[in-house]
Ligand binder design. Structure first.
Ligand code: GLP
Length: 251
């Protein structure tokens, strides 16, 4: 692993996902070990399938309990039924929540069935504040540099809101959808401001399909055109990437 600093951001480049995933998962496990009542911001997407698998298989031997952990997920499609095979609600229960000793009442995911999405967004923000704010926020990254569902152009001070997905995001996520349904064109997402309020942020990206987004986030300017570049303004943020995702970065 090699480390570099870009503005305030620490970038760790791992040889492969075999070393990246355990290192990333151990950041979460370490957080929960040092503060059992942690408030954690969670992410979804294929990036996090091996991550949650590692966490679920190793948390007990690491002496970690999810008994007091409070979670807030970044985003959810809208509208979508919680029970849908394609909802992020289903993703979280399948890949993590059903496999660890977390309390369902301590988990929060924006409600894709909400009657009024603005009310849902407002109460989601209030719940984060009431929980004491997010200690550690996990993030993946879209191929266009989006974080959560904050597409290019979203202001850095945005709060939880109903977002329109871009065509590139819809196309990227379509293969993950069951054949019978098409990808919703909207989603409820934490805003970039909500994400940047977290005390610590860890973004994970691997594979050559993320190389362009990594290059734009780290080698270009800090700009709303590349939402992930906002992490360079944060006091305690990290990018954990593999060599393939790093291939567009200047040496
Ligand atoms: C979706 C999610 C993002 C995620 C991105 C990348 O758009 N809203 O939070 O980071 O996909 O997904 P993947 O990990 O499948 O590449």
């Amino acid at each position: 692993m090699r480390t570099r600093k870009i503005d305030r951001l620490t970038v760790e480049v791992y040889e492969s996902t075999e070393t990246l995933i355990p290192a990333a998962a151990r950041i979460l496990l370490g957080q929960l070990k040092s503060k059992p009542r942690s408030v954690v911001g969670l992410a979804t997407g294929s990036t996090f399938v091996p991550f949650y698998d590692f966490v679920a298989r190793h948390y007990m031997e690491e002496g970690v309990s999810f008994g007091q952990v409070v979670t807030f997920n970044l985003d959810e499609y809208f509208p979508i039924s919680r029970k849908s095979a394609d909802s992020y609600h289903t993703f979280m229960w399948e890949h993590l929540f059903s496999r660890v000793n977390i309390r369902a009442s301590n988990t929060h995911i924006p409600d894709g069935e909400a009657e009024n999405p603005s009310d849902e967004a407002r109460s989601f923000e209030q719940n984060i504040v009431a929980a004491g704010g997010i200690d550690l926020q996990l993030l993946g990254m879209g191929r266009n540099g989006h974080i959560g569902f904050n597409e290019p152009g979203t202001p850095f001070d945005s709060r939880t809101h109903l977002a329109m997905l871009t065509e590139s995001t819809i196309n990227a996520n379509a293969p993950l959808f069951s054949e019978t349904t098409s990808v919703p064109v909207r989603a409820l997402t934490m805003g970039i401001g909500t994400i940047l309020d977290a005390r610590r942020i860890v973004l994970i990206a691997y594979g050559s399909e993320k190389a362009d987004a990594v290059r734009k986030s780290l080698a270009g300017g800090v700009t709303a055109d590349v939402p992930a570049s906002s992490l360079r303004t944060h006091a305690d943020a990290m990018f954990l990437i593999d060599e393939r995702a790093a291939e567009g970065l200047p040496q």
